[in-house]
Design a protein around this ligand. Sequence first.
Ligand SMILES: [Zn+2]
Length: 84
Amino acid sequence: MFNEDEYKNNEINKYLAQQEGYEEVSDCCGAEVEYNEDNESYICSNCGSECNIQSLSDFQHDEYENAMEDKADIQRDNERDFCD
Ligand SMILES: [Zn+2]
């Protein structure tokens, strides 16, 4: 389901990541990650969950693909609503 607020959040996080120049982001939100030495895991600074890291460019690529899919979904929904 397309969540516009979440999408905007991700856009902001990506922008901030670029401004701050960090390259590795959480795979859930695309936000900065903190390494938790006790659990040997990464914590997303945005949602606070354990997450995996991925490079910012990978995240942006995924986001682009998702955005394109979401756009197609929304168009389909709109067309359906229009017919009703
Ligand atoms: Zn997150």
